[in-house]
Design a protein around this ligand. Sequence first.
Ligand SMILES: Cc1ncc(COP(=O)(O)O)c(C=O)c1O
Length: 486
Amino acid sequence: MPDQSRAPVLEALEAYHRERHTPFTPPGHKQGRGADPRVRAVLGDDVFRADVLASSGLDDRASSNKVIAHAQELMADAVGADNAFFSTCGSSLSVKSAMLAVAGRHGRLLVGRDAHKSVISGLVLSGLQPVWVAPRHDRDRHLAHPPSPADVERALDRDSDVAGVLITSPTPYGTCADVSAIAELCHGRGLPLLVDEAWGAHLPFHERLPTWAMDAGADLCVVSIHKMGAGLEQGSVFHQQGDLIDPTFLAACADMLSTTSPNVLLWTGMDGWRRQMVEHGHELLDAALRVADDVRERIAAVPGLTPLRDELIGPEASHELDELKVLVDVSAAGISGYQAADWLRAHRAVDVGLSDHRRIEAQLSLADDPASADVLLDALTALAGAAGELPAPPRVELPSPEALDTDAVMLPRDAFFATVEDVPLRKAEGRICAEQVTPYPPGIPALLPGERITGEIVEYLATGVPAGMVLPDPADPQLETVRVVA
Ligand SMILES: Cc1ncc(COP(=O)(O)O)c(C=O)c1O
């Protein structure tokens, strides 16, 4: 029985300091001695002291103490997976490793079209052919929910020549797929189910949270420990179970993409968080969920603000909901989510997680308590009071669900690496896109390489940017021009 009170990475780091090692290895700051004092003044010396080389530092040259292997075993045991792999390159890398391991040999993968941009990058890098399954669309709220089991089944009936299925659940909005039913139907066809569960690291630790992908029978899931957990930014784990995915090949795919200099700070964050969750996760999440209930109730009493919950769940909507993601519709206050987020940051130094044309999302976590909830509520109340003085938000021409179902006419890789030209956005209708165009957050591409650009999507993006939409990936972030296949 693994001893969950241990934290192998933290213990090894403590021993490194106790034994007073003197490194003649990277990192060149040598325990901070070489770092600029002005940097140390901001970061603190402990950051540099914890930044040690993995082999010939944290562990010996041959990693014979198996520090990281032991920490991964404890992680897998804590969440009921067969294997867990730590990554220090975010879920952005983990999801690519998973895609390669499952579909690299075969070449085709069924993918929910509401995939994160890292999945699209994975398609470009691997040359995989995506077979798309459209998400469910809430036409009134202009919100996409993960595909239903019936959607996945129909997509597989249309085209079953795929190596597996990849869905995103929870979405950045906290909405979820019926992972159990999708896993069952995948397994009925002998296909593995991969879940991009970047937003779900905390799910195994409280029954009021949506079903954890491993419990739902998925073969692999990817989680960001830094998003809904308490690890450091970029810490990600992928979990695997069953015999549809070969863990050794999965590790080889991850090794190919990973850094050879993993950040031990990130490992400590993941290792320590796992122990914290095993020992105290339920009570911490219980308290956080109670804070979320209270926050929603109080937001509902603020004029112009509507916390969303019940309207997100239903047969044509989300199967389950992560209630730690407090989604607030601000449209009745006459402002956009972009304006709300900017106002909260500028006037109250309050930063929200996600904003779109009509909503903001305040992510709560085990770190929140009544005091931080009060800060949020005070800020939102002030926002509602100030909303009348803000200019009317520019109108965003939102595309219909049908318009979002674009024609994929080239492989993402072929389009991305094709000879390209930049054309004015308004003249791009009918052309084949050669880049990702991803309104951020949430980071779901509106356009991706290989798709034929429709007039409605042109209108959406052309009106979205002046309204506050941020597009980090196109060659022209203002999108006056868009990159297309020449
Ligand atoms: C659904 C989804 N998958 C993957 C990622 C990538 O995660 P990371 O930021 O850990 O690389 C994100 C990030 O926002 C995401 O929202």
